[in-house]
Design a protein around this ligand. Structure first.
Ligand code: FAD
Ligand code: SF4
Length: 572
């Protein structure tokens, strides 16, 4: 057991433990920090708590159901043993090994919180659904304009070149739709809408002129790009793609960093805390617990990037106590841990489409359709809620005429499975969650995990603004589906869905103008510990209703290059 709250670990450090930069976490955002530092010639240590996964080391990538004794069906006992991660749509036999099981890494739910994690080299970039939209000034100005939350210290113009920089490297397929809410980026050719979706777009955009239906912009590369791919639309991405057809840290940023010869990647390294030197008034390194041997090791560097994923990043900061920062590094204002946000995906709408029976589509498509926000935008002013929501939507042809109760064996069953069913349409709203001070994470004072790190406690919920907005989103979904002619339209809210299951957790170490109400400045530096940067979801000041990971990557690329310039000037 290691001592809590102590900076006095009795460790002999040596030269091998000194680096120019340390990056904590090797996932979506950490991969970017690693790439930027190493490509500029900085000796960089990447610390990752999970095991290594080399690109290509994807055991289920080519598995077919008939090669598995259970037809790739998930063992019901595994679902029963994992009531939290078992709720995630992607926790299936093919991807199970990429997800943290509930009992492996316990945490305390003061209110129910579905924490979905991927502890391995590559983090959750291996399992993500690859949907990417830029944020716009509608989002960066939202807090300042409606007064809920503090002002972001950056605007779209600060990030636009970094969005381009990231997009050019990772490869994004998409259409230039010319919509201000989701500015166009550096796109590879888009995937196609199917014939029904094209009609849905025409009907909805005709009947509701402020609403747009676009093909989902996705980090799947429709043509060969930077020695990867192309994506062959197999829809097996979260297994890991041996072709590198989608962006993961494993396929893209980490190999680029490795190629430079300046990256030391250390898996099985649980970062416990940051070592802050009160006399020097700066951070000097990190404390690591080796996940296998439980040995404590200290590593030192001039600059530290925290990219451990929102909750883990803030947990590390809360656990980094010193005389100067007695409540956690950067926490002189008691803001650290507060304003946890996620996206609200609790609702769904479905309907049956008549006709189009002579039409089908070929193969798969690793993206869907997207309708950007239209509420509280331009002339739309809602009295009952702030901000807005987007929809993920699509139409597909259901397979077979089999229905529950019909035989599940025999030629009749097989025939039914190979018959075409009717077309159906689905819409799922993705609502912005406002930042609330009381939605927060803290560290438990008594209980630690197997590595001696205090357990994280989460206390968060959706509130009135999200609930009222969700009702509006479902009513509008039903109205649009009926306008298209859908039959049997139904809407519903998943009662088991808690904050966290959107897997877009954000906030808890937010950016702002002042240390009085924020943790980070406009370049993601801790206000009063300038050589510590946080550039994963923890830094977010509001949550918008776009998928967030592209923004984490752009923010990380920007912050890393700022840090590199400051290092060169001797300022860090
Ligand atoms: C099924 C699924 C679908 C998703 N779909 C989308 C989508 O379509 N679009 C989108 O934008 N986002 C999506 N996301 C979310 C996206 O994956 C995350 O936003 C993104 O991965 C977060 O990046 P990150 O760098 O903060 O964290 P991660 O990618 O999770 O990386 C963090 C890394 O830090 C490591 N780590 C944690 N704690 C420590 C510690 N103490 N010491 C050392 N290492 C540590 C972890 O093991 C991990 O490897 C999805 C996620 C999932 C699971
Ligand atoms: S859809 Fe594309 S990226 Fe996904 S597994 Fe298939 S080829 Fe790879």
């Amino acid at each position: 057991m290691i001592q809590k709250d102590s900076t006095a670990f009795n460790i002999n450090s040596n030269k091998a433990n000194h680096f120019d930069a340390i990056v904590v976490g090797s996932g979506m955002s950490g991969g970017w920090a690693a790439k930027e530092f190493t490509e500029k010639g900085f000796n960089t240590l990447v610390l990752e708590r999970g095991r290594n996964i080399e690109h290509g080391d994807y055991p289920t990538a080519t598995m077919e159901p008939w090669t598995d004794p259970h037809g790739m069906a998930m063992d019901p006992q595994v679902i029963a043993d994992n009531p939290v991660v078992g709720k995630c749509y992607a926790f299936t036999k093919e991807h199970e090994h990429h997800f943290v099981k509930d009992k492996e890494h316990p945490y305390i739910q003061i209110k129910p919180f579905d924490w979905i994690r991927g502890y391995q080299v590559g983090g959750k970039s291996l399992m993500w659904a690859r949907q990417v939209q830029r944020w716009s000034d509608l989002d960066f100005e939202a807090n300042a304009k409606d007064g809920h939350g503090i002002d972001w210290p950056i605007r779209y113009a600060d990030l636009a070149p970094w969005y381009s920089y990231v997009e050019k490297f990772i490869g994004i397929s998409g259409n230039r739709d010319g919509l201000d809410q989701i500015p166009d980026g550096e796109f590879l050719p888009p995937f196609d809408m199917n014939c029904v979706e094209k009609d849905i777009k025409k009907t909805i955009e005709g009947a509701f002129p402020s609403r747009n239906v676009v093909i989902g912009r996705s980090a799947n590369i429709t043509q060969r790009h930077n020695e990867r791919g192309p994506c062959m639309a197999r829809n097996r991405c979260a297994r890991g793609c041996p072709f590198g057809g989608y962006y993961s840290a494993n396929s893209s940023t980490l190999p680029a960093a490795k190629k430079t010869g300046f990256m030391t990647l250390r898996p099985h390294s649980v970062v416990h805390s940051i070592i802050y030197d009160d006399a020097k008034r700066k951070a000097i390194g990190v404390r690591v617990i080796d996940a296998n041997t439980k040995e404590t090791i200290e590593y030192f560097s001039k600059v530290i990037f925290l990219n451990a994923g929102t909750v883990n990043t803030t947990a590390i900061l809360l656990n980094s106590k010193s005389n100067t920062f007695q409540e956690g590094l950067g926490n002189e204002s008691d803001v650290l841990g507060r304003y946890l946000m996620d996206h609200d995906f609790r609702g769904h709408a479905r309907g049956r489409i008549e006709g189009y029976e002579d039409s089908y589509y070929k193969g798969h498509r690793p993206t869907g359709l997207y309708m950007p926000r239209f509420r509280n935008y331009k002339n739309d002013k809602q009295q009952s809620f702030l901000r807005g929501y987007a929809y993920q939507l699509g139409a597909s042809r259901w397979t077979g005429n089999w229905k529950p109760g019909d035989p599940t064996i025999g030629s009749d069953f097989k025939d039914k499975l190979t018959e075409f069913g009717s077309w159906g349409m689905g819409m799922g709203p993705m609502g912005e969650q406002l930042p609330y001070a009381e939605n927060r994470i803290t560290l438990n004072k008594e209980q630690t995990d197997d590595w001696g790190v205090p357990l994280v406690e989460v206390d968060a919920e959706f509130k009135d603004n999200e609930n009222v907005m969700l009702e509006d989103a479902l009513n509008n979904a039903a109205e649009m589906m009926e306008a298209f002619g859908c039959k049997d339209v139904s809407t519903g809210i998943d009662p088991k869905w808690n904050v966290g299951l959107g897997i877009h957790e954000m906030g808890t170490a937010r950016m702002g103008h002042s240390p009085k109400d924020s943790v980070l400045n406009k370049f993601n530096q801790i206000h009063n510990a300038k050589n510590v940067f946080v550039s994963d979801g923890a830094c977010m000041t509001s949550s918008a209703c776009q998928n967030p990971s592209l923004t984490y990557m752009a923010i990380t690329a920007r912050a890393s290059n700022y840090a590199i310039d400051e290092l060169k000037k001797g300022n860090l």
